[in-house]
Design a binder for this molecule. Structure first.
Ligand code: SAM
Ligand code: SF4
Ligand code: SF4
Length: 360
């Protein structure tokens, strides 16, 4: 077997692969808690044109922030090679994210390469402002669906949330462009932070009711170490359902599939559906089938991980596909993450990876 160019002291993957473990059996990968890998989220940039207060606070991500240099980023070819290996291991759903993924030049080329693998559902999460110029190109390249983040329908609140002076209208134009390109229904993500934008929950629901788009209200999470997260700022999903339900009666509906992150509710009058993502108050780790690939090629088995497993050294060394596959299998087989189920003030990790780096 070839010598793999990674150093064990700074790479947990080297420790996992130490020794001469037999090659993993072909087929879907299952972790230590019996969860099969199904979704891969790929961050294509750590940069963003927004400075959302809960994700990239300007006080931390200022003009001197050391974003990754170009050479550190995985190329589209490197990403595609990893995705092909994951597809052979049971991954069926790909989400391209960031940072702001539409800032990555010629993203459509990546979408095209991933679409050529076949059998994958290709989705993208974006703040939406660049969709008017890119939605059709991405659709033509093979993108299936898009999720657009929008934290308020009221302009002043939205500008306070994104802290980069983008108006609501710029995101609404992006949603319209996605719809016109055939990327509908669009999912719209609102992160709810108490005291910042929670007063606008019902207004946002009202705005999109009857549009065919699906708004999902997300509990503010303690991702990363820079967003000043406090439990008091989390608005539990129950409260969101109560507030919206008081104006528009709601009925809970079945998930589309096991392990779906959002709990689904529909308006009793048939005017559409909404979702709530209760990552803090009702953890869903037991069905978590997601793995994340960071901008610079590290695999993270949990959103709240404090370290990743570097694949880039393998990719840029002379590792064969079989060796890369063995590394991927080692990472997933060793996985036992369930941070949200065991989160307490005392267990909150000090050095978690930032959301803008790992991808949402
Ligand atoms: N820039 C793109 C966007 O905002 O849609 C993609 C990347 S962003 C990190 C992915 C998703 O994570 C967004 O919907 C964002 O609102 C969500 N997010 C970021 N920080 C969060 C936090 N602390 N708690 C909950 N959701 C968060
Ligand atoms: Fe940028 Fe998305 Fe984070 Fe907002 S949530 S700062 S748009 S990466
Ligand atoms: Fe998955 Fe980690 Fe989130 Fe649990 S805390 S649902 S394991 S990403």
């Amino acid at each position: 077997m070839k010598v793999i160019p990674i150093r064990s002291e700074d790479n947990p993957l080297a420790r996992l692969m130490a020794g001469d473990a037999p090659a993993p059996a072909p087929g879907p990968l299952v972790d230590r808690l019996g969860r099969a890998v199904h979704d891969l989220r790929i961050s294509v940039t750590d940069r963003c044109n927004f400075r959302c207060v809960y994700c990239m606070p300007r006080s931390v991500f200022g003009k001197d922030y050391p974003f990754l240099p170009r050479a550190e980023l995985l190329s589209f070819e490197e990403i595609t090679r990893i995705v092909r290996l994951f597809a052979a291991r049971g991954v069926r759903k790909i989400r391209i994210t960031g940072g702001e993924p539409l800032l990555r030049k010629h993203l459509e080329n990546l979408v095209e390469q991933l679409a050529a693998i076949g059998g994958l559902e290709l989705t993208l999460t974006t703040n939406g402002v660049l969709l008017p110029r890119m939605a059709q190109t991405l659709k033509d390249a093979g993108l299936d669906r898009v999720t657009v983040s929008l934290d308020a329908i009221d302009d002043a609140t939205f500008r306070r949330m994104n802290d980069a002076d983008y108006p609501v209208a710029s995101v609404l134009k992006g949603i319209e462009a996605a719809e016109a390109a055939g990327l509908a229904p669009v999912k719209i993500n609102m992160v709810v932070k108490r005291g910042m934008n929670d007063h606008g929950v019902v207004d946002l629901a009202r705005h999109f009711r009857g549009s065919g788009h699906i708004v999902r209200f997300i509990e503010f999470m303690d991702v990363g170490s820079s967003n000043g997260w406090k439990m008091d700022a989390v608005v539990p999903s129950r409260e969101i359902i109560e507030r919206i339900g008081a104006e528009f009666p709601l009925e809970q509906i079945d998930p589309n599939y096991t392990g779906e992150v959002a709990e689904r509710w529909r308006y009793a009058d048939g005017s559409g559906e909404i979702g709530v993502i209760s990552s803090v108050t009702q953890a869903f780790c037991s069905t978590c089938t997601r793995i994340r690939l960071s901008t610079e090629g590290k695999l993270y088995t949990c959103l709240f991980a404090d370290s990743g497993h570097d694949l880039r050294d393998l990719l840029r060394g002379d590792a064969s596909d079989a060796e890369l596959d063995r590394a991927i299998a080692a990472v997933w087989h060793a996985r036992s993450d369930r941070y949200s189920e065991i989160r307490t003030a005392n267990t909150a990790r000090a050095h978690k990876i930032e959301m803008s780096y790992i991808g949402g």
